[in-house]
Design a protein around this ligand. Structure first.
Ligand code: HEC
Ligand code: HEC
Ligand code: HEC
Length: 119
């Protein structure tokens, strides 16, 4: 009797654990990768701390109003002419960092080689 009870208990625990893991994986998937590496053409790739931006800014649409929540989206939109080269860099990344710096708020880099890393 006691053994059967323990068996049910551990099966219940395992099920709860699996449900928890599935929920975590789902949440992480919706928010995308914590770190991304963006293509930066001849200047070299651009490491991008995605999760830090989500935490610092809150509003997904600050960026995703311009390109969808999909890896490689910026390159696709540049290839089909929806975005011009350096548009995201100039109108989003660097603009926001420069404006926040001027306001004395935490910001990211504005110098070419702090964003672009030569391979
Ligand atoms: C500061 C800009 C910025 C903000 C704010 C932002 N993202 Fe992103 N996100 C990006 C960039 C850049 C990419 C990569 C696009 C590419 O590869 O072309 C991306 C990609 C993604 C992806 C696909 C990445 C993957 O791992 O498959 C998802 C999902 C995503 N974002 C969700 C979100 C959600 C949800 C929020 C708000 C909680 C958010 N993003 C806020 C810039 C941002
Ligand atoms: C805040 C980060 C950041 C800074 C600072 C920055 N870049 Fe970029 N750069 C990017 C990102 C992200 C992309 C890809 C998206 C785009 O093209 O808008 C990019 C794209 C590029 C491209 C490739 C465009 C293409 O499609 O071929 C070149 C070249 C470039 N940057 C040069 C520079 C130079 C030169 C500077 C300094 C004056 C600079 N970048 C500063 C983030 C940055
Ligand atoms: C709307 C504002 C905004 C936009 C758009 C934005 N950033 Fe930032 N960025 C920030 C803020 C705020 C921080 C500081 C976050 C912190 O301190 O945790 C930051 C920090 C960073 C850092 C980290 C610097 C360090 O100290 O390690 C990098 C790299 C960076 N941004 C790159 C980018 C790139 C590349 C893009 C464009 C794809 C981008 N950012 C778009 C606001 C922005």
């Amino acid at each position: 009797m006691a053994t059967g009870g323990a068996g049910r208990g551990s099966r219940g625990f395992a099920a709860a654990l699996l449900a928890g893991v599935a929920a975590l994986a789902f949440a992480a998937g919706e928010r995308g990768a914590e770190h991304l590496e963006l293509a930066g053409g001849a200047s070299g790739p651009v490491p991008f701390p995605h999760a830090r931006h989500q935490e610092a800014l809150g509003d997904c649409l600050l960026c995703h109003a311009v390109f969808p929540q999909r890896r490689g989206a910026i390159e696709e939109l540049k290839a089909n002419g929806t975005l011009v080269r350096r548009q995201v860099m100039n109108e989003q990344c660097t603009r926001c960092h420069r404006e926040r710096k001027q306001e004395g708020k935490p910001a990211g880099p504005t110098a070419c080689t702090t964003c672009h890393r030569k391979p």
